[in-house]
Each structure stands twice: as C-alpha cells, then as structure tokens.
Design a protein around this ligand. Structure first.
Ligand code: DGT
Ligand code: CA
Ligand code: CA
Length: 563
C-alpha cells in the first residue's frame, strides 16, 4: 500500500508551502489530503486503478492529478518544487514542541539555521532568544521540545512498527519458513521501537535470508548471510532477521526478546544454579537442558514463563507467582470514541456496527464538548439530539451505546458542561486539551473530584513524538482518583499511550481503576485498542483493574454507584 507514502509527501508539501508563506488555504488542502490518505482503509492504488480517486472525500481534482502522476511515474513535480531550497530533514524541525513555521522562518532567515544541530546551537548561545518576539520563555519551551525530540528521534511508534512487522511476516510466510515471530521491544510492546527484530526457523537459511532481503518495501540491504539479514525499509527503519536452528528457537526467542536488563538478571540466576544461558539454550556443563521452547528455558532456571511485556527487570523475575495479565480477548468495549457529531469521521451507526463486528458488548460515544470549537464540540442542544440518535441506533444494531461526552476541563478546573447536563449522561470522560506551561494539577484534581466525572482521559497530555505534557503532579492526581473512585485512562492512540506503563502501574497500585479508550476518530483507529492492552500488560494490570473487561451489567453498576 502506498497510502502512507503519499500521505507523507502531501504533509511535507503542506509544511513546505507554509514555511514559504503560501496562502493558508493551499497549505490546508495538502494537509487535509494527507489526513484523508492516512485514514483510508482501502488501498489508494486500487481506487486509482478503478478511476475513483475524486470520489474519495477530501480528494479534489488537483490532488487526484498529483496522486495519478505519482502512481504512474513514481514522481510528483509539485513535491520537487515545494522542496526546492529546503535542506533535507529541515521541515522535521516543525515537529518540535514550540517550533512553529514563523519561528522556523525567522531562524532560517536571520540565524542561518539549516539543521537540528544549528537549532540546538542558537537555542544554547542565546541568539534565538534575541530575535524579535521570541524571549527566554519561548526558547526554554523549545529546549524542552528538543530534548523530547532527540530522545525519540528515529524510533518508530509501536502502532506503525506492528503494522510493518505484520507486513514483513506475511511476506516471509510466502517463502520457505517454519516458525516465525517478532522479538525485541516490539514483542515487549514498548511504546517506541528502535529496530524491528524478527526470528525464524527454516530449512535453508541462505534462501530465506535472500527472500527477506527481497521484501517489496525494502530500500537498502545492510547485511545478508546464512543466518542473518538486515534491511532498511522505505520508511527509513531497520529490520533484522535471524534464522536459528529448530532446537534453539525458544532460547533465541527468549534472548532476542530482551530486555537487556531482564536477560542480565537471568544470566545471574543461571550462574547461581551452576548453569549457562545463551541464545542457543540452557546448559549444564556441556549438556543442553532446554532450548526448543521458551517455557522450558524459564523452567530450567526454576522460573515460571514471564509474559514478554513484563520483561523489563522491574521485579518480574522475583515474583513468586505471575499475575494473569489482561488480554485483548477480555475487552468487552471501548470507552472513548468520537463520531461525526464532533471531529470524528463516522456516524454513530457505523461505529456501532464496527463495535459489534469487533465482538464488543458496549461502546461509549464521547464527542467533544462545546468549548472545543476546533473539534466541532457539541452544545447542550446537539448533545440532546445525539442522545435520540443513539437510542435509535442502539435498538437497530443491538450493541449497548453509552451516551457520553469528552468534556473539557477548563483552566480553572471547572467543566465545560453544567452538572445537570453531566448527570443526564451515562458516562463522562473529562480531559484537558489546551497545551500550556501552566501547572494543571489543581484543575485536574478539581475535575476529578466532581462526582459526575467517571474517567480522566489522557491524564498527562503528553505526545510521545513531540510534547512532554503539561506540568502535573501525577501522584496527587492518582491519590485523588483513588479517593473519589474515578478511573484514569490509558489512551490507546499511538502517539499518546497516556497513562504510560509506569504511571498506569502506579495508579493500579493505589487502587485506581484503569479505562482503555481508543479515542478513535475513524473506524480504523478503533483497532488501536490493542496498543492500549499492550501498555496495560506492561503495567501488570489484571482484568479486575480494567473497566473494559467488566460485563455490561457490572460496568453500569460501577457507573451508577458514581452519579
Ligand atoms: P529497541 O530496538 O531499541 O527498541 O530495543 P530492543 O530491546 O529490541 O533491543 P535490540 O534490538 O538492540 O536487541 C534485541 C534484544 O536482543 C534485546 O532486547 C536483548 C537482546 N540483546 C541485544 N544485545 C544484547 C547484549 O549485548 N546483551 C544481552 N544480554 N542481550 C542483548
Ligand atoms: Ca529492536
Ligand atoms: Ca535489533
């Protein structure tokens, strides 16, 4: 599928035009096209072949022409034009918190900034702060943004990495392969992935590595041998393949799943027992006592099998008994979804049908509240009309649809709807949507103390690739959530995953219930529930910790015990 590739080009054209001071409506047209392509579940190439490009909402004749040109020739003239005079990778600087197009332009023109290194330099030597309209506060904000950005640079979001790994594994299965699995941080479901590690067994190592390096999305081959291959894919990320003997698969899987810290601890335990552990197996002297299956490797060390998501040396090895972690199959519903009433793309009926197809018992429609104007927030009247439609669709489709709202927490902690309005809803998800440097703890605690609020959504406000989140004393919020029996969300959107694993575990330890919300704005995004489950498992959560595992009855009781 070229959807992602073309979306990326349009989005960069948008950035380039904005940087060059083009009219906003032109910039917007490209950004919109990029978003449409990203959200599209159908292959754009199929649509193109069938001559249906202009029937895609948001694709006008101008955009259609450019897609056509690209799919025909592999080139797009407009892209080349837009990029003229802009150094490679320069526009990535726009992803840094605090760096808008105006600041970037100014830094480019007046300080000769051409790269990340240049930007770091002018932040540190004070020259950026001396530019008109800048000042120390703005520069401090950019400095923070630079730190977040450098740490995450070149790491892949788990959402994208899972998609890529699925594609590659599907490709590998077309070759002569026996067992195959993803290992590394991907198998541990870390929120970002440095490189993708894949492990397989095969009758002919050389042949399967050859097949691997012929992957259609390959850009470049880094290494190619009998037991190992390494490629860079078109998106710029590295994928490693290792081919191992059948009787070592379990040991290799254990070794290459990591984490390094977990493995180091295992090696110590092995040594204490007079054993040796490696990617080939567990050995007593020269005798191999385990290696084919991962379970055997752990049991040879006297340990139960440890779920990959827990393997971070955060106490999992010392546990006497493994917790029964929450599993995707236990999820009975999604508690945070947007419809066309606010900024979602799909009707309530479409969402309900998808929920049903996913095997859910219930779903919460939580559109934005009125002050979220940028997102088409609902006022009281439209909320009422929405309730009528929900009742009708619920009847038709046969899925329980909770009438909800993602109500804005205002800066002073008041909520965007009166208590009377909130009281009437089945479920209330409260969230902050302003990004500012103001400490939000008081506002959050106040909102959390409102008995109508059931869940606090994306509590820290961080965006993994570019924003640290507002200043917040998370322990105080957790304390308040525990005492008011308010749930905290793990937002499943790949760039949020907020609460993080560490924060979610802290909340659970304080007795707080966790809610999983896809925050879907289209049907495809409802699948991100899997990412949220990954974070929940990394936080050691069990089914009773997670609202979404509750049966409808129990969930409604929980909601009613509140207000
Ligand atoms: P990443 O790719 O940065 O997201 O993180 P990982 O955990 O996938 O790390 P990676 O790709 O460098 O290596 C995959 C696994 O292989 C790692 O989790 C543990 C194992 N491993 C790699 N190098 C070493 C090492 O030097 N010592 C030990 N004990 N294990 C290693
Ligand atoms: Ca890796
Ligand atoms: Ca690797």
């Amino acid at each position: 599928m070229k959807n992602r590739e073309i979306a990326g080009m349009f989005s960069r054209i948008g950035d380039a035009l904005e940087f060059k001071g083009e009219m906003p409506f032109k910039v917007l047209a490209y950004r919109k096209a990029a978003r449409v392509l990203e959200d599209l579940t159908e292959d754009i190439e199929d649509i193109w072949k069938e001559g249906r490009l202009t029937s895609v909402p948001g694709v006008g004749s101008g955009i259609a022409k450019k897609i056509d040109e690209y799919l025909k020739t592999g080139k797009m003239r407009k892209y080349r034009e837009a990029m003229q005079g802009i150094p490679d990778g320069f526009l990535d600087l726009l992803n840094i918190q605090g760096m808008g197009p105006k600041t970037l332009r100014l830094a480019f023109d007046r300080l000769g900034v051409r790269s990340m290194e240049d930007l770091k330099r002018v932040v540190e030597d004070g020259s950026l702060a001396s530019l008109p309209g800048m000042g120390q506060k703005k520069v401090d904000n950019i400095r923070k943004g630079l730190n977040v950005f450098s740490a995450e640079e070149k790491r892949i979001s788990i959402g994208l990495a899972l998609e890529i790994a699925d594609e590659i594994i599907a490709w590998m299965k077309k070759g002569d392969v026996n067992r195959i699995m993803a290992a590394g941080s991907l198998r541990r479901m870390k929120e970002t992935i440095g490189d993708i590690d894949i492990l397989c067994t095969a009758p002919d190592g050389k042949a399967i590595v050859e097949h691997f390096t012929n992957f259609l999305g390959r850009e470049r081959i880094l290494a190619k041998g009998d037991t190992k291959g390494s490629i860079i894919i078109k998106e710029g990320y590295q994928v490693d393949l290792r081919v191992v003997p059948d009787n070592c698969f379990g040991a290799a899987l254990q070794y290459f799943t990591g984490s390094k810290a977990h493995n180091v601890k295992l090696r110590t335990i092995a040594r204490e027992k007079g054993l040796k552990i490696s990617e080939y197996g567990v050995f007593k002297g020269e005798t191999k006592i385990a290696g084919k299956e991962e379970e055997d490797v752990y049991s040879a060390l006297g340990l139960p099998w440890i779920p990959p998501e827990m393997r971070e040396d955060r106490g999992e090895i010392e546990l006497m008994e493994m917790p029964e972690l929450v599993d995707y199959s236990a999820i009975k519903g999604d508690l945070h979804v947007h419809s066309i009433y606010s900024d979602g793309r799909n009707s309530i009926k479409e969402i309900a049908l998808r929920a049903k197809a996913m095997g859910y018992e219930y779903i919460a429609i939580t559109d934005h509240s009125k002050s979220a104007r940028y997102a088409g927030g609902l006022d009281e009247d439209r909320l009422k009309r929405q309730a009528e439609e929900i009742a009708k669709v619920q009847e038709e489709v046969g899925v329980r649809i909770l009438r909800g709202s993602e109500v804005d927490i205002l800066r002073d902690g008041r909520l965007d709807f009166d208590d009377r309005v909130l009281e009437d809803l089945d479920i209330v998800v409260a969230a902050i949507h302003t990004s500012s440097n103001q400490d939000m703890t008081d506002a959050m605690v106040k909102a959390c103390s409102n008995p109508h609020v059931d869940i606090i959504a994306h509590p820290t406000g961080r965006l993994i690739s570019r924003r640290q989140g507002y200043p917040l004393d998370i322990s105080r919020l957790i304390e308040c959530a525990a005492s008011t029996k308010t749930a905290l969300e793990i937002n499943c959107y790949y760039d949020r995953l907020d609460l993080s694993d560490v924060n979610a575990r802290m909340a659970r330890d304080a007795g707080v219930k966790i809610s999983l919300g896809s925050d879907a704005h289209n049907l495809g995004m409802m699948n991100s529930m899997r990412l949220g489950v990954g974070v929940a498992r990394r936080a050691w959560l069990t089914p009773p910790d997670v609202l979404n595992t509750f049966s409808l009855d129990r969930l409604e009781k929980w909601l009613n015990e509140r207000v």
